[in-house]
Ligand binder design. Structure first.
Ligand code: GDP
Ligand code: CA
Length: 305
């Protein structure tokens, strides 16, 4: 079964590992958020693409939740000693990938083509696509000012409450080559349990991706990143509370108006009416078996067609 998955970083990557376990990996296309991308120390970093690639290649650091396993931090220590920008943590192994990507981008290779090269070099079977090759950056408006994603998330520890999320460059952003084709050919579209505001919304901010979902002829199923009203990790729960007015399944579903046919929710949230068809299961991905079971529950929704 051909599947397209909209994905952010860590939550999306965990889910994708389950998906490629449950269907032929070659039939899976991940359409990944680039709103968090940044240039730091002269290198181009795409944190969500990297989380997805590292997870699927089996080289991610599962405990830390981001970056690579067996990482060392010598380059960063040097940067710190020399008074350089050390707020964004880049490990030595990770840095190697950023160097290769940065060089390719500088010679005019689009991000999607660079990502395809990196994926092939890592031996990945699924197709990994950035949502767009065009510059699209997430900004957060907070009572303490407006910040680009990484300054809000990493430098300020996402402690500023968010009133509004904006996507600079979105109005001119075109889907990366392959994205619309993947959405069109998919027998099922999945939205990973990623942060709806800062991981999925920047993908949907590309107008032609959003309209492809609105006009879908196959089911689209989102998996909630919330368990028992709280995000498993990160600011999604607080953002839902402040922006949507709550963090129940209904509030998660409201992030995807007209875009989903079902929402996969946790047993802990089963008492709530989501306002869309719900699939109730265990949604905590703690190991390979639970990742695969969650993916299978979402994939079963193909029967909704
Ligand atoms: P980021 O780009 O690295 O922040 O990652 P994502 O946006 O893809 O994922 C972050 C979201 O994943 C958070 O809102 C978490 O609540 C969610 N998440 C992480 N692990 C799990 C899990 O095991 N189950 C579910 N349902 N959600 C999870
Ligand atoms: Ca991210």
């Amino acid at each position: 079964m051909k599947v397209a998955v909209l994905s952010g970083g860590v939550g999306g990557a965990r889910f994708l590992r389950g998906v490629v376990d449950a269907v032929d990996p070659a039939d899976v296309t991940a359409v990944v958020n680039v709103g968090d991308d940044l240039e730091v120390l002269g290198v181009a970093v795409s944190p969500d693409l990297d989380s997805v690639m590292y997870a699927l290649a089996g080289v991610a650091d599962e405990e830390r939740g981001w970056g690579r396993a067996d990482e060392t931090w010598n380059a960063l220590a040097t940067v710190e000693t020399l008074g350089g920008d050390a707020w964004f943590r880049l490990g030595d192994r990770d840095l190697g990938l950023h160097l290769v990507r940065t060089q390719a981008l500088r010679t005019g290779v689009p991000l999607s083509a660079v990502t395809a090269r990196l994926g092939a070099a890592l031996g990945l079977e699924p197709t990994i696509l950035p949502a767009t090759d065009d510059p699209l950056r997430t900004w957060l408006d907070t009572p303490n000012g407006s910040f680009d994603f990484q300054h809000w998330f990493v430098a300020r520890g996402h402690r500023d409450p968010v009133d509004r999320v904006r996507f600079v460059g979105a109005s001119d952003a075109r889907p990366a080559p392959g994205v619309l084709e993947a959405l069109h050919e998919a027998e099922l579209i999945l939205i990973a349990p990623s942060n709806p505001y800062v991981s999925i919304a920047p993908i949907l901010a590309v107008a032609r991706i959003r309209s492809a979902l609105e006009r879908r002829r196959v089911p689209c199923v989102a998996v909630s990143p919330v368990i028992g009203g709280e995000a498993v990790k990160g600011p999604a729960g607080a953002m839902l509370q402040r922006i949507e007015g709550g963090s129940t399944p209904r509030h998660v579903a409201q992030c995807y108006p007209g875009l989903i046919d079902a929402l996969v929710i946790d047993e802990a949230d089963a008492a709530f009416d989501a306002g869309v068809h719900t699939i109730v299961t265990k949604t905590l991905m703690r190991d390979a078996a639970s990742r695969r079971a969650l993916a299978e529950a979402a994939l079963d929704a193909v029967a909704l067609a």
